[in-house]
Design a protein around this ligand. Structure first.
Ligand SMILES: C[S@@+](CC[C@H](N)C(=O)[O-])C[C@H]1O[C@@H](n2cnc3c(N)ncnc32)[C@H](O)[C@@H]1O
Length: 329
């Protein structure tokens, strides 16, 4: 299992020095000697490179190993661009999210044309947040992320390096309530599928803090939210997620903190919750709901709740709010 990054390391540290040694050495030798070792080694590098790329592609489609594998193996999977095959098969969440972005991308690109810095709160593995930044914030230069889960934070770093290589980033492994914050306010604050993790008073407090300290004047708060009444498996696994405000109540929190609504877009998601549940699907839900349980425990909860054919449907919203100057009366 060798990713392209490892392949480069392998090439640079093992093959390239010996190649250089041979070329240097060959200066003293006959032309036949110059040609033979270096050509063979170049060919080796080429063949190993092709094998590495092929192997990585192969493993992209092999996510059943994900939940059982070592940290290194998980790291390897995060280098793969796709999501788990089982997740893709069962849920339209990522595809519907991308289609929704297709529709609003031109509008968002012009809205965020001048935005350069972004704070992502509860960034998780960064999948949706990074797609959003790549597609809708053309001038993004710095990304700061706050994510308490160590695995997510580690994988987020790798994803940022791979998917936004020109961007400066810092990942803070912390809960946003405990995070000391940063000196410079941001142009954009992302909160994608995150507000479920806060109590109502924590959410109100965070919104005020974002307004006062974390966002510059005329900056934007962008949220992705799921309808709270949907019987989402994440909520089934982690009942704490049940206590989050409905969209209307959430909007009230935002306007109370001083934000003005700019844009709303909705999309519909279906998820096939018919058992049996594959390991990598349970692992995905577990990570998404922010609860440290074993795969077996999470699977047992899911099997209790979804015993027969179950196709869940829910509506999700992209909300964009803006910080405008306070009205003078
Ligand atoms: C559902 S995931 C969303 C990940 C990502 N934003 C996305 O939409 O793909 C929510 C993330 O919020 C993180 N989280 C939970 N409580 C948090 C807190 N108090 N502060 C910051 N992040 C938190 C969880 O660890 C989890 O990775």
């Amino acid at each position: 299992m060798i990713s392209p990054a490892m392949c480069h390391v392998f090439t640079i540290f093992f093959l390239y020095p010996s190649y250089i040694v041979n070329v240097t050495h060959s200066v003293k030798c006959t032309s036949l000697c110059i040609c033979r070792p270096s050509t063979i080694q170049l060919l080796c590098v080429l063949i190993i490179g092709i094998i590495c790329m092929y192997t990585q592609q192969l493993f992209c489609d092999c996510h059943f190993m994900y939940s059982k594998c070592s940290k290194f193996c998980k790291w390897f999977f995060t280098c793969c661009p796709g999501v788990s095959e089982a997740v893709r098969r069962r849920s339209t969440a990522n595809a519907s999210y991308s289609t929704m972005l297709d529709d609003v991308q031109p509008e968002l690109r012009s809205l965020f044309e001048r935005s350069r810095s972004c704070l992502s709160i509860g960034a998780g593995y960064g999948q949706r947040d990074i797609e959003f930044l790549k597609r809708c914030v053309p001038g993004i230069e710095t990304v700061t992320a706050v994510e308490p889960a160590p695995d997510c934070a580690a994988e987020l770093v790798i994803k940022l390096q791979h998917l936004l290589p020109m961007v400066r980033y810092s990942v803070h492994q912390d809960k946003v309530q405990h995070w000391r914050g940063m000196e410079e306010p941001n142009d954009i604050v992302l909160m994608f599928h995150f507000h479920y993790y806060l109590t109502r008073s924590e959410l109100c407090h965070l919104m005020e803090r974002i307004f006062k300290e974390m966002l510059r004047l005329y900056g934007y708060v962008v949220m992705l939210v799921a309808t709270p009444d949907a019987k989402r498996p994440q909520k089934v696994i982690n009942p704490l997620l049940d206590d989050c405000p409905e969209v209307a109540a959430l909007e009230l929190v935002l306007t109370d903190a001083g934000f003005h609504k700019c844009l709303q877009s909705e999309y519909h998601v279906t998820m096939d919750m018919t058992p049996p549940f594959e390991d990598e699907f349970v692992a995905f839900l577990q990570a998404d709901c922010g609860l440290e349980t074993s795969i077996e425990d999470a699977r047992a909860i899911l099997e209790r709740e979804y015993s027969t054919n179950n196709i869940l449907k829910d509506t999700r919203y992209l909300l964009v709010y803006r910080k405008l100057p306070a009205l003078q009366y």
